[in-house]
Design a protein around this ligand. Structure first.
Ligand code: ADP
Ligand code: ZN
Ligand code: ZN
Length: 706
């Protein structure tokens, strides 16, 4: 045996320098090791977890330089072929190496090489944990903490689908092989009910199949998980979200990767979980920006879900009240089938929406007379209202009335936000200035740092100030708040949501955490303060996002059946009441709005009509970042193929030109052809790799913001 020719394997590692690394297959693994196995390999003086891409090919390195694989992680499930295809696709599409996609897809505990002192294998421990508790039971226990919620009618015993829901379900059940359906249903139209019926039928058809349901923010929508476990009490369900502890995450991920969990519900990273028996995918709230991964490899989980479905030849459903313009365009081009749910499932009407001119409103919170009267009426009737403002903290900036000083963050192109820290108790409030970009906080100066004036004033209002103002306006009311500051305290967000569901709060103030998914049964009125932030923003997607956010938050109002509650009301305060976005919003006319936006994008040469890549650079000085990008632009033009339509723009500072003391600039590339763009980027990246620079740069495909 010792004379046998050595066998080599190509192993992907999460190391950005090469697509794979050559390793020798040790004798004891010869004949056993296969592609898609997980292994431990030596790297430098340490070890790494890697994914075997190929066994038996010729090595690129000289054989005597090649080290041997340390061990096969026998307890790790061998990934399935379609999953590796997805990884390879993502690597090509986002111009990264397979290991940079595959390894971060593993939970941290499972991708960390064991230390010398570690007892047993991380996979075995995770499997033992998931088997002992049962992922489903663990979820049920977690859900048991969510108490006292008004149980929607459809829980447990299924309701009768309405005709639109039935038609949508029939279309989905008829789908064979790869297909993309866009379930375009207004808020409260019963989309979730359709997904659950479909999932139940698929899982019953094949007793080993799995379904993946991607959701934006499950930590804050326990209702969904609750509904699912009520509907599928005997099924192993794995819920994967970012708020899990590492051990739980590993256990649940493994129950999914082993094929034990039949239904996997997860946030964006779940799209990269290897599910061996995946039969269908649902992407709920498919327009949601949180489906974009913004660290490491910047991918779109929605786009990858569609690719995964096509690679496996299975159906995928994208659902939303306000589909992404890209998805809507695919409907218009006939690539996606649209299934419409134009009515609310409970028979409730969509809320009546009023656009109120907020110019010249007195008071820091800026509640208009109309808003105040409506809220007072709701309180009087014992109903609930929700006040939405997309800005946390007390006030977005502190100012000096005498010299004009503003609380600029010294390290960022942004103001430090005034926050009330600690309790609201009388006299007990303490304030600090915090930057929402670099996170740095400082004490509030007693006097103006520029002129010594003692009269520093907060300008404008965030959630904390609105809350304070509402307490003064409505002294008897029970008022709660929900934003990221509240949610950072363990259990605090759930407590606010539970109280609101249970009716022990009259008013809740908050950010978009309140906008998504919640099925508040007693909410009569939504007031949107300062809807204008997104209206004239530099980013081309801002109006699309604003329309989606306002539709979502409005959709929380008046959801209960007509006999149970009156029609909901929404008041949107704006200083630009004549803006066409508001007319479309008021008419609940997504299609008209989306078609008009598509036309604008076509004329302006923006996605989805053109394809973008964005090169971002970060350096100590702006000139350095811009200089690097100028050089990048120069090398981009060197190898330009004749006849290709690639447009390389000039380098510019980013809208947030400085964060944490680092200057940031960007260079945009666009093309009417996706293929041409990718060919260009491949050649360009090779040249960029040869530039020596201290500048940190990263290329993003299909950037979300430019
Ligand atoms: P969406 O996902 O579109 O927001 P949901 O599926 O959450 O809508 O449904 C909204 C509400 O309507 C829920 O309380 C749900 O229980 C209820 N519901 C759904 N379908 C029906 C139906 N066919 N008949 C009565 N109520 C329904
Ligand atoms: Zn001053
Ligand atoms: Zn800062």
């Amino acid at each position: 045996m010792s004379a046998a020719a050595p066998i080599f394997a190509r192993v992907a590692l999460d190391i950005p320098i090469a697509p794979w690394f050559d390793y020798l297959v040790p004798d004891e693994l010869a004949g056993r090791l296969q592609a898609r196995d997980w292994v431990l390999v030596p790297w430098g003086r340490g070890r790494r977890v890697g994914l075997v891409l190929e066994v038996g090919g010729p090595p690129e390195l000289a054989p005597e330089k090649i080290r041997a694989i340390a061990s096969l992680i026998a307890a790790a499930p061998r990934a399935d072929a379609a999953w590796l295809e997805l990884v390879n696709f993502a690597a090509r599409y986002y111009h990264r190496h397979p290991g940079e996609i595959a390894l971060p897809a593993l939970p941290r505990l499972l991708r960390t090489p064991p230390t010398a002192r570690a007892r047993g294998c991380a996979f075995e421990r995770a499997r033992a944990r998931s088997a002992a508790a049962g992922a489903a039971a663990a979820d049920a226990a977690a859900l048991a903490t969510v108490t006292a919620q008004a149980a929607p009618a459809a829980d447990g015993e299924p309701v009768q689908l309405n005709a639109d829901q039935q038609a949508a379900l029939d279309a989905l059940l008829a789908a064979e092989g790869f297909s993309v359906h866009l379930l375009h249903g207004i808020t409260g139209s019963g989309k979730t009910e359709v997904y659950l019926r479909w999932i139940a039928r698929l899982l019953a058809r094949d007793s080993s199949s799995q379904v993946l349901m991607l959701v934006p923010e499950i930590a804050l929508t326990p209702q969904l998980a609750q509904r699912v476990s009520a509907r599928f009490p005997d099924l192993e369900v794995a819920v994967l979200h970012s708020a899990l502890g590492e051990a739980d995450r590993a256990a649940r991920w493994l129950s999914a990767a082993d094929g034990r969990a039949r239904l996997v519900i997860g946030t964006r990273f779940a799209v990269l979980a290897p599910l061996p028996a995946l039969a269908a995918i649902v992407v709920d709230e498919e327009h949601d920006p949180s489906f974009r991964q913004q660290e490491g490899v910047h991918y779109s989980a929605r786009d990858l879900a569609v690719v995964a479905a096509s690679l496996r030849g299975i159906p995928v459903v994208l659902g939303s009240a306000t589909p992404a313009l890209e998805s809507w365009f695919s409907v218009r081009r006939g690539r996606y089938q649209v299934l419409a749910l134009p009515e609310r499932a409970t028979g409730a009407m969509l809320p009546n929406l009023r656009i109120v001119d907020a110019r010249g409103v007195p008071g820091p919170a800026g509640l208009t007379e109309a808003g105040r009267i409506a809220m007072a009426g709701v309180l009087e009737r014992g109903e609930q209202s929700l006040v939405f403002i997309n800005r946390r903290g007390f006030s977005p900036v502190l100012s000096c009335q005498s010299c004009g000083w503003l609380s600029q963050c010294p390290d960022c192109s942004a103001y430090r936000v005034l926050h009330r820290a600690g309790a609201r108790a009388k006299g007990g409030a303490r304030y600090l200035l915090q930057c929402h970009h670099c996170g740095a906080a400082s004490n509030v100066p007693r006097t103006c740092p520029e002129c010594g004036n003692v009269d520093l004033q907060p300008l404008g209002a965030g959630t904390q100030r609105i809350e304070q103002e509402l307490i003064a306006l409505f002294p008897g009311a029970r008022i709660g708040r929900l934003d990221r500051d509240v949610a950072s305290r363990r259990g605090a967000a759930e407590q606010v949501l539970d109280s609101f569901h249970a009716g022990t709060l009259d008013i809740v103030v908050g950010t978009q955490m309140l906008a998504k998914g919640h099925d508040f049964q007693r909410l009569a009125l939504v007031v949107v303060l300062d809807a204008d932030a997104g209206l004239y923003a530099a980013d081309f997607r801002a109006p699309e996002r604003l329309f989606a956010t306002l539709t979502q938050v409005s959709g929380r109002a008046g959801r209960a059946a007509p006999g149970v509650a009156p029609r909901g009301e929404v008041i949107v305060q704006t200083r630009y009441p004549e803006h066409p976005l508001f007319a479309a919003l008021q008419a609940h006319d997504f299609r008209g709005f989306a078609d008009a936006l598509l036309e604008e994008r076509r004329e302006a040469g923006l996605p989805p009509f053109r394809y973008l890549a964005l090169l971002r650079a970060e350096a100590a000085e702006l000139d350095e970042a811009l200089g690097f990008l100028a050089e990048a632009k120069r090398v981009a033009q060197l190898g330009a193929e004749a006849g290709t339509e690639i447009m390389v723009f000039d380098p510019v500072p980013m809208p947030m030109a400085r964060i944490a003391g680092r200057a940031r600039a960007q260079l945009l590339v666009d093309s009417p052809s996706r293929q041409q763009l990718h060919r260009f980027v491949d050649a360009w990246l090779a040249r960029l790799g040869e530039l020596t620079t201290r500048v940190r740069w990263q290329l993003e495909i299909d950037p979300n913001e430019i």
